[in-house]
Design a protein around this ligand. Structure first.
Ligand SMILES: *[C@@H]1O[C@H](CO)[C@@H](O)[C@H](O)[C@H]1NC(C)=O
Ligand SMILES: *[C@@H]1O[C@H](CO)[C@@H](O)[C@H](O)[C@H]1NC(C)=O
Ligand SMILES: *[C@@H]1O[C@H](CO)[C@@H](O)[C@H](O)[C@H]1NC(C)=O
Ligand SMILES: *[C@@H]1O[C@H](CO)[C@@H](O)[C@H](O)[C@H]1NC(C)=O
Ligand SMILES: *[C@@H]1O[C@H](CO)[C@@H](O)[C@H](O)[C@H]1NC(C)=O
Ligand SMILES: *[C@@H]1O[C@H](CO)[C@@H](O)[C@H](O)[C@H]1NC(C)=O
Length: 493
């Protein structure tokens, strides 16, 4: 049965790919993203700055004294202080050290910060990966401040902290930061790490031959620490905070021929929704046209919309968001926080005000879609590493250690198929709505050993027959086809 469905399948994907290529024109592509945004907007998926201000309500905001730049020692002291002052909702840890020996700090904020609670999603923000792009670094400190101070006081923030495990890494490149200088508008001093490697080009690339000199020859300590970190926690959603312009970009960052054009993932509509959720809640990131307050910092290639596919903007090989998407369960976007990379401290209060609701709204996105627990029907124990696939997208998520899983999805009706080599796969239909996550649990029967081949590939087969006519279908099918081919090859050598 397998070989025949495969034969039917590849020609179809080839035809669809050819079709996509015909349409591959800059104007149509950018138009289709804005049409998609309009459509999602008509479903009321996005909230504005004012709407979020009303939803969040009054809270104790950042004190003006905090609107300063904080060097590594001050950052260390601040994070230590928050963890001591709010021991019930924080946990400070380091994922390793930079080359010059600075800790790569992460502060968790959650009601039960030291452990993963079954079913509770893990979220992360990473700042300052380019050492001279610092608005994210400071904004993350301010976010920590308001989450801690308002827990138990503001209802919206308390609920967010209760229901989410939020990991905040203000700086992924503390060595670069120590070389960067306040007032740097668009420079590169301190951008790279001390080995002069651009950490956002240093991850294993989808297309290794596209790597450039700035990618470095070896995986740097900072990158390796992040890669290990991403395997240790079942992260669901993330943003990587950069600077140099004002927009959100999303995977893929690189295309097969390294050309500058749209390279959507099979989860394109989801990424557009995630990116625009951030941009729309910002005071001006969503506004069409030039967004820099200083006209000389506007780049011609910046998109009209305030969000853009990474490769369409400019191709990057070895970036972090693609690595997240391809190798983990985590969906990551990259936020360009501000046109000036290292603004003077007097601008930080203004910038925080522009971003604060976006940063909260984006965390909320981790609670949209489907989640549940997959257990063994007989023992009722959680099944780790089960695959969760969705009719509309080829990205296959796997369950965490306790059998819990999260699948971010835009509103719509989906078939969710769960598979595992030792269990019979199961499919269920869900209607995802815009406000709350749908809970969907599975209890799987163990297979007898002769069934195991069918079950291992069941999810992929089911998926190929249920893809719909969403804009992502062609690439979904291509990815499924190549996954099937590689899995088949792997299983026969
Ligand atoms: C941290 O707390 C200590 C003791 O309360 C205080 O002296 C210090 O100024 C605080 N540091 C920062 C950066 O807030
Ligand atoms: C931490 O939680 C304990 C037990 O719930 C409570 O007694 C204590 O007051 C809390 N401490 C802080 C600093 O909130
Ligand atoms: C957050 O959790 C605490 C402890 O379980 C509970 O007392 C509080 O009511 C919760 N707050 C909200 C807004 O859910
Ligand atoms: C999880 O499943 C995948 C595919 O079935 C397999 O390649 C991988 O080794 C498994 N991982 C673990 C930790 O069992
Ligand atoms: C899905 O739920 C929405 C909101 O409750 C409803 O309007 C829609 O008709 C449902 N779709 C299906 C196919 O059941
Ligand atoms: C699981 O196995 C039981 C008994 O062996 C059977 O009755 C049931 O239908 C099976 N469930 C599924 C979903 O296949």
């Amino acid at each position: 049965m397998m070989p025949s469905s495969l034969i039917l399948f590849i020609p179809l994907s080839t035809i669809l790919l050819a079709f996509v290529r015909c349409e591959d024109q800059q104007s149509q592509l950018s138009q289709s993203t804005s049409l998609l945004v309009d459509q999602l907007d008509s479903e009321k998926l996005f909230r504005t700055y004012d709407q979020l201000r009303d939803t969040v309500g009054d809270f104790d905001d950042v004190a003006v004294e905090l609107f300063e730049h904080h060097d590594h020692d001050e950052l260390t002291q601040l994070l230590t202080n928050y963890s001591r002052q709010y021991p019930n909702i924080t946990h400070l840890y380091s994922i390793g050290q930079s080359i010059q020996g600075r800790e790569l700090w992460v502060l968790i904020i959650s009601d039960n910060p030291r452990e993963h609670e079954l079913g509770e999603p893990e979220f992360k923000y990473v700042g300052n990966m380019h050492g001279n792009e610092v608005v994210g670094r400071e904004a993350l400190i301010y976010l920590i401040d308001i989450l801690c101070k308002n827990y138990g006081k503001n209802e919206y923030i308390s609920r967010m902290v209760n229901e989410t495990r939020i990991h905040i890494m203000p700086s992924m490149n503390p060595d670069g930061y120590s070389a960067a200088r306040e007032g740097d508008k668009s420079g590169v001093k301190g951008r790279n790490n001390v080995e002069d490697v651009d950490l956002n080009r240093n991850f294993p690339a989808r297309f290794p031959s596209h790597r450039r000199k700035s990618s470095g020859k070896t995986v740097q300590l900072e990158t390796a620490a992040v890669m290990r970190w991403l395997q240790q926690y079942p992260f669901v959603l993330s943003a990587n905070l950069h600077g140099g312009t004002t927009l959100v970009n999303y995977p893929y960052d690189d295309s097969p021929d390294s050309a500058r054009r749209r390279e959507p993932t099979p989860d394109h509509a989801l990424f557009v929704k995630l990116a625009y959720s951030y941009a729309r809640a910002h005071s001006r990131m969503w506004k069409p046209g030039a967004r820099c307050l200083r006209p000389e910092l506007n780049y011609e290639r910046d998109p009209q919309l305030g969000i853009i596919n990474g490769a369409e903007w400019y191709p990057v090989a070895g970036g972090m968001q693609d690595w997240n998407y391809v190798h983990t369960n985590c969906f990551e976007v990259t936020v360009e926080m501000n046109c000036v990379k290292f603004p003077f401290a007097r601008e930080l209060g203004f910038l925080w005000n522009e971003h604060k609701y976006s940063m909260l709204a984006y965390i909320e996105e981790v609670h949209k879609g489907v989640k549940g627990v997959i257990v063994d029907k007989e023992t009722q124990k959680g099944i780790a590493n089960a695959s969760i696939s969705v009719g509309r997208g080829a990205k296959i998520i796997s369950s965490a250690e306790g059998g819990d899983y999260w699948r971010l999805l835009n509103p719509g009706v989906y078939q969710i198929t769960v598979g595992h080599p030792h269990y019979e796969s199961q499919t269920a239909t869900v209607n995802v709505t815009k406000d709350a996550v749908v809970e969907l649990n599975f209890a799987l029967n163990q297979t007898t050993s002769t069934d195991s081949f069918k079950s291992e590939f069941g999810a992929l087969i089911d998926q190929s027959t249920t893809t719909d006519a969403s804009p992502t279908t062609a690439s979904s099918i291509a990815v499924i086809a190549s996954t099937l081919v590689s899995r088949l090859i792997a299983s026969h050598v």
